[in-house]
Design a protein around this ligand. Structure first.
Ligand code: FAD
Length: 274
């Protein structure tokens, strides 16, 4: 058994993964705080295919091992993602930490993952022999710290739809302004066309085991005139009140729920006008 693999291309990484159990290692900022590691590491940071940010007609295609530092400097990275990434830790962590690691780590507090959720991103997974799966991000998760990723698969890209990213709100509520893990986080997208609500999306982090995204609630407002949407706002907030069930934690669940609803109200009132 080797101690670690450091392939320089995706095929080499997949070949190594198909030969033995390995732990993908992107920036190591989540992995390195864990005491024990049950298998050798597969370093991803030298794989060019995983470190690109490109676009096609519909999506930004964000390589899983692109670092936060690279994302922040990239002209294609959307402002909502840059704002979320800027709130993560400190420069030392952002120099090596990656969006792919944030998504694969499957923490409901992941600030980058929250943006992937609100944008209804897809994840592209590639396994041994090149077998590929593209899944909506919500289907990638089985629970806190658990994903559907198979041992022979890598998260290769995040496909973020470009269409609705311009009008956004991002808010992270932490214990302090910098170096804070989210107590609650919120991301919202909004667009209106010709006085009609064209798109609404909300997502909440650090509430349940997985980031909460309920498109069916947001759709209550879509296709409505601004007046109709304003009239429906309380109904939508009441639906969110029922839908959000914060887990018990160090920060009381009731408080976190109240903050979530306040953030949602603020976002809707700012978007629709009061
Ligand atoms: C001091 C400190 C402060 C932090 N603050 C924040 C914060 O404010 N907000 C926040 O969201 N996070 C924070 N984090 C957590 C961490 O920095 C992020 O989650 C980061 O994005 C993880 O990325 P990484 O590349 O370092 O992942 P790694 O540690 O390399 O990997 C994380 C997990 O994902 C798996 N993995 C990584 N890449 C792939 C891939 N391509 N395919 C399959 N599996 C993969 C790994 O095997 C591992 O299980 C903080 C961490 C530290 C140490």
């Amino acid at each position: 058994m080797v101690n670690a693999y450091a392939p320089t291309n995706l095929q080499g990484a997949l070949d190594a993964l198909s030969s033995e159990r390995l732990i993908p290692y992107a920036g190591g900022t989540d992995l390195m705080v864990k005491e024990r590691h049950a298998a050798p590491f597969l370093f991803l940071n030298r794989i060019e295919e995983l470190r690109r940010l490109t676009e096609d007609a519909e999506h930004l295609r964000i390589g899983a091992a692109l670092t936060y530092r690279e994302l922040l400097r990239h002209p294609l990275a959307p402002p909502i993602l840059k704002e979320a990434v800027s709130s993560i830790a400190a420069p030392a962590v952002r120099n090596t930490g990656t969006l792919g690691g944030n998504v694969a780590n499957a923490s409901p507090k992941g600030d980058g993952a929250l943006v992937c959720f609100v944008a209804d991103s897809l994840v592209r997974l590639v396994g041994a022999g090149g077998a590929e799966r593209v899944l909506p991000i919500a289907e990638f998760y089985e629970g806190r710290g658990r994903t559907v990723l198979r041992p022979d698969e890598l998260l290769v890209e995040i496909l973020m739809p470009k269409r609705w990213l311009a009008g956004y709100r991002y808010c992270k509520v932490g214990a302090r302004k910098a170096l804070a893990i989210s107590r609650v986080s919120f991301a919202g997208l909004y667009a209106a066309e010709d006085g009609v609500v064209a798109h609404v999306a909300m997502a909440f982090g650090a509430v349940e085991d997985v980031v909460v995204r309920r498109p069916e609630l947001d759709r209550l407002l879509v296709g409505r005139t601004l007046d109709e949407a304003r009239a429906l706002k309380e109904e939508v907030l009441a639906a969110w009140d029922k839908a959000l069930v914060p887990l018990k934690g160090r920060v009381p669940a009731e408080y976190r729920k109240r903050v979530c609803l306040n953030l949602a109200r603020d976002f809707l009132e700012g978007s629709l006008g009061t």
